[in-house]
Design a protein around this ligand. Structure first.
Ligand SMILES: [Cu+2]
Length: 263
């Protein structure tokens, strides 16, 4: 039966629909402003996935509507449909095409992840402490100073965030930086991020962590290095002993082992 299908016409319709849907979908800035070196790479990956998804969607829709139009029962026709006993060519095609698409996506994502997680030599360490329902930050140095509800980082320098959840699972997310990382009690998770635009952003907890989850936010300031140094020098509080203890009790986990997540 498949031999009688107008394959060329269906492929042309699929290609046209893919282009139309892709063009419309790619007009939308799905993730908003980009403010880290990882952001354009992640957005590009998303764009490629949008085009591939448009292709799969178009193929299914074209075949569905062709079947609805071509094989519609004539009025008064009460007979059974034609029996079908499998179709090797069709089955090979619907196994092979998705396999190729999935393998391509996995390979491409791997390359992007490897790239954005690459550690730089002069990265700055900042400790992130999350607890129901607040964020605080430690700046390891000779005084190990501490800020609550407000994070400052220098622009154009990789920051290695070491995250320590104090109670339940939280998730660290600054939308403009794109990268999202779970904070898990008992282990230290790491995210390496290079902010590349000066500005004020918002850190959002993106793992449902209890009654006050939606209010669990912090101000994020990305500023020139000398402003950052001045701000850190002006901090008077030190990281409280209970939080320092949570660091030493954590089992260190490599950034690769705990992936991004969150509800
Ligand atoms: Cu939360």
């Amino acid at each position: 039966m498949i031999g009688r299908l107008p394959i060329a016409k269906m492929l042309a319709a699929t290609a046209t629909l893919t282009v139309v849907i892709s063009v419309v979908m790619l007009q939308v800035s799905w993730n908003g402003q980009q403010a880290s070196t990882a952001a354009p790479k992640i957005d590009e990956l998303l764009d490629v996935l949008v085009v591939l998804s448009s292709f799969v969607f178009s193929l299914v829709v074209v075949m569905l509507f062709y079947a609805l139009w071509k094989f519609k029962a004539k009025p008064g026709d009460e007979s059974d449909g034609e029996p079908i006993h499998g179709n090797t060519r069709l089955e090979v095609a619907w196994t092979l095409i998705p396999t190729i698409i999935v393998l391509f996506c996995a390979g491409y994502s791997w390359v992007v992840l490897d790239d954005i997680e690459a550690k730089e030599k002069d990265s700055l360490r900042v400790d992130v402490f999350s607890q129901q329902f607040a964020w605080s930050f430690g700046y390891p140095g000779k005084d190990n100073v501490w800020s609550q509800g407000e994070l400052h980082v220098p622009v154009d320098r990789q920051v290695e965030f070491k995250m320590h959840a104090q109670d339940v699972i939280h998730s660290f997310w600054v939308p403009e930086w794109r990268i999202k990382k779970d904070n898990v009690p008992g282990i230290t998770t790491t995210a390496a991020i290079t902010p590349d635009k000066v500005g004020t952003y918002q850190l959002i907890c993106t793992e449902l962590c209890g009654f006050g989850h939606s209010t669990m936010r912090a101000k994020v300031v990305v500023e020139p290095p000398k402003d950052f140094r001045r701000w850190v020098a002006g901090l008077n509080d030190r990281v409280p002993p209970s939080l320092l203890e949570s660091i030493s009790e954590d089992a260190e986990v490599d950034t690769q082992q705990v992936g991004a997540g969150g509800a």
